[in-house]
Design a binder for this molecule. Structure first.
Ligand SMILES: Nc1ncnc2c1ncn2[C@@H]1O[C@H](COP(=O)(O)OP(=O)(O)OP(=O)(O)O)[C@@H](O)[C@H]1O
Ligand SMILES: CC(C)(CO)[C@@H](O)C(=O)[O-]
Ligand code: BAL
Length: 295
């Protein structure tokens, strides 16, 4: 496994690789990140991982300075997973002196996380454009845990014809349901014990949907009943939205499904989680009712 810092070093190392699966990360790795590495390894000649705590996606007062970092541990985990190349740029390698180009994705960035973290997705889109340009991956692997981010990155890649495939991998969870996240390390023991209520609320929505309820108000009601059990977990929002446009829904169309997402703040820690209500294929018509055969 090679570890490089500058864009020139990256470019030389990349030239020796065939198809590349890129896993962009901010480090402090856990099994969610490693599941992306495994997915990338299964479909590409080589796996490239970037580790970069991107300053442009943090707002004022957010946790840029305290974001957890442990490069030695990360590199040992990536070596064990068989990553081929790790890019650990400094800020000036990503944003060289004189850098003044920003990428801004419209529409889907205006709601949910984008509405609560102004400028966040401009930072994500800008750094992804730079990472993709520098690594030239065949495929990029991102986690469903950051659901809106996956929509933004797909839009970026399509709109700017970046010529790579975006692969979205399922959320990896702790045994009690809490979505794995580098920021879980901020949680106090009491907060950690309360945090799985977020997943339980999402499961309650899924069960309500499976019971045939389609009104967003009923689905959201099911989540809030569960969330009320843990007043120590103040929820910022729970949303039932179209999975592609992220527009808030009144009624879920079973043919399209929905994204149910939420955010909560536990002390200093802001957590997000989500669950997809998968589209249901219409039931096949019984053969005797096939009108086309009576034409
Ligand atoms: N639990 C998870 N399951 C699957 N993928 C994940 C999980 N957590 C993070 N990822 C994905 O890993 C990639 C890198 O994410 P990042 O380094 O920000 O980790 P994180 O754990 O999400 O950290 P944060 O605490 O900042 O939310 C992203 O594509 C993200 O969606
Ligand atoms: C995609 C990403 C690496 C861009 O900094 C980051 O937002 C993340 O880790 O999810
Ligand atoms: N994975 C999310 C990155 C962020 O919260 O900035």
């Amino acid at each position: 496994m090679r570890v490089v810092t500058t864009r020139d070093e990256l470019s030389c190392a990349r030239a020796e690789l065939g198809t590349v699966g890129l896993v962009p990360t901010m480090g402090y790795l856990h099994d969610g990140h490693l599941s992306l590495v495994r997915a990338a390894r299964s479909a590409n000649d080589a796996v490239v991982v970037s580790i970069f705590v991107n300053p442009t996606q943090f707002g004022p007062g957010e946790d840029l300075a305290s974001y957890p970092r442990d490069l030695d541990r990360d590199l040992a985990m990536l070596e064990a997973e068989g990553a081929d190349l790790v890019w650990t740029p400094r800020v000036e390698d990503v944003y060289p002196p004189g850098w003044s180009t920003h990428v801004s994705v419209g529409g889907v960035t205006e709601v949910l996380e984008g509405a609560r973290r102004p400028g966040h997705f401009d930072g994500v889109a800008t750094v992804c454009k730079i990472l993709f340009g520098a690594v030239r991956p065949t495929r990029a692997y991102v986690g469903q845990k950051d659901a809106q981010q996956t929509v933004v990155i797909r839009r970026l890649v399509e709109d700017l014809a970046l010529g790579l495939e975006v692969c979205v991998e399922p959320i990896r969870r702790e045994p009690d349901g809490l979505a794995m996240s580098s920021r879980n390390t901020y949680l106090s023991p009491g907060e950690r014990a309360a945090a799985p209520v977020l997943h339980r609320a999402l499961v309650a929505v899924e069960e309500t949907y499976a019971a045939g309820r389609r009104q967003a108000s009923e689905l959201l009601g099911a989540a809030h009943v569960v969330l009320a059990i843990e007043p120590a977990v103040p929820v910022e929002y729970v949303s039932v939205a179209d999975p592609d446009t992220l527009t808030e829904l009144d009624l879920v169309d079973p043919a399209r499904g929905a994204l149910v997402s939420l955010a909560a703040r536990l002390g200093r820690t802001r957590l997000i989680d989500n669950l997809v209500l998968a589209p249901v294929a219409p039931a096949p018509r019984p053969a005797g009712l096939d009108v086309s055969s009576h034409r």
